[in-house]
Write a protein that binds this ligand. Structure first.
Ligand code: EPU
Length: 339
């Protein structure tokens, strides 16, 4: 067990915020993980598990121990000639895992290409993009119960997935750490999902009519690269807010004043793109100090100069929430975890 003290987290969060952790440990096996948790409990240290650091905003130094999971490995089990179970340990990089599956011609994750982060954090917020969420292919995950230190299995139902939500963000918050995730993917007769507008037009531009899963992945990569900033170049955590869903009655009232408002009815609720609301309030591309709303996608907040503090980013997001509420009466909710 190698525990470092006063460790800078600047390279361990995609916002590139310069904060430190009192202690930091990298663990590569379940045994090492359990040993580190026992050590932390003995010393009454608050624990924070970090994957790729792609969905977190640190607003201050962390006074406990940050544990980074380096559990690696991918296993495959053929179910039949059509389907395969693929299990990835938590510490695998998400996009590399997607590429591994595409190389083997396993279908189901191609629309989720290039999402930052690690496999182990993907179920927490049920990552999603371009008409697909991981809940569509998720079978189960193994977790470590932090109280009993026993390994448990969570099936689909127990994960209770929602839009950018799961049991791990609600009742199970802080109680488990995800060790590995199993997906059921197709080996042939892939289900190609190109309904999401941008994919269709991207494939058309490429002159592709009946795309393979590899081509869908290429289209997704190209769309993401064209409007989402690369965290390696400019600090960000993807969408900072969730797209709000409001009751239909409320929507009808707001629409009277804003008839051009894009909307996606879902049962009794209507989903409104937060990026549109933010852009309408004049935030798109706007910079205050070191922080800005991305010029190509208003929903993404960026560490524009690379020198922003977490507090500055948080305050910037509070200003956005405030002005969207003033103009539309709609309360935006942060998607990114605040620490
Ligand atoms: N829009 C604007 N202005 C903007 C941005 C968006 O008007 O600056 C409007 C447009 O009407 C556009 C609509 O919002 O048609 C939707 O925009 P986009 O397709 O970019 O998707 P999104 O709803 O803003 C969501 C996810 C993204 C995911 C994309 C594609 C959330 C919170 N975000 O964004 O996920 O990549 O769909 O599926 O649901 C992430 O979670 O970090 C993330 C990047």
């Amino acid at each position: 067990m190698n525990i470092q003290e006063n460790f800078s987290l600047k390279n361990h969060n995609t916002f590139g915020v310069d904060v430190s952790a009192k202690y930091f440990a990298e663990v590569s096996s379940l045994e090492e993980l359990i040993e580190t948790i026992k050590f932390s409990k003995t010393h009454s240290l608050a624990i924070l598990f970090l994957g790729g650091g792609s969905n977190i905003l640190f607003t201050q130094d962390f006074e406990g121990i940050v544990i980074q999971l380096h559990l690696k490995g991918i296993e495959e089990e053929y179910l039949n000639e059509n389907e395969v179970l693929v299990t990835s340990k938590a510490g695998e990089n998400w996009h590399e895992f997607v590429l591994f599956c595409l190389n083997k011609n396993y279908g189901g994750l191609e629309n989720l290409s290039l999402i930052p982060g690690n496999v182990g954090t993907s179920p927490m917020q049920n990552i999603g993009a371009y008409g697909t969420e991981i809940k569509d292919t998720f079978v189960n995950c193994k977790v470590l119960n932090l109280e009993t230190l026993e390994v448990e299995k969570f099936d689909h139902q127990k994960c209770n997935f929602g839009y950018r939500e799961s049991v791990f963000k609600r009742e199970g918050k802080g109680k488990y750490v995800i060790l590995e995730v199993t997906f059921k993917l197709t080996r042939k007769n892939h289900v190609i999902k190109t309904d999401y507008g941008a994919i269709k037009s991207e494939l058309q531009d490429l002159g592709i009519e009946n795309p393979t899963i590899q081509e869908v992945s290429k289209a997704v990569i190209s769309i993401r690269q064209s409007k989402l900033p690369n965290p390696k170049v400019i600090g960000n955590a993807g969408s900072f807010f969730k797209n709000p869903s409001i009751p239909t009655d409320q929507f009808l009232i707001v629409r009277e004043k804003h008839p051009e408002m894009p909307n996606y009815p879902q049962g009794d609720l209507v989903k409104i793109p937060a990026g549109w609301l933010i852009e309408q309030c004049g935030w798109k591309g706007k910079q205050i100090g070191n922080v800005a709303s991305h010029e190509l996608q208003a929903l993404v907040i960026v560490n524009k100069t690379g020198k922003a503090t977490g507090r500055e980013i948080y305050d910037f997001s509070a200003m956005i929430i405030d002005s969207v509420y003033q103009k539309f009466g709609i309360a935006l909710e942060r998607e990114v975890n605040i620490k």
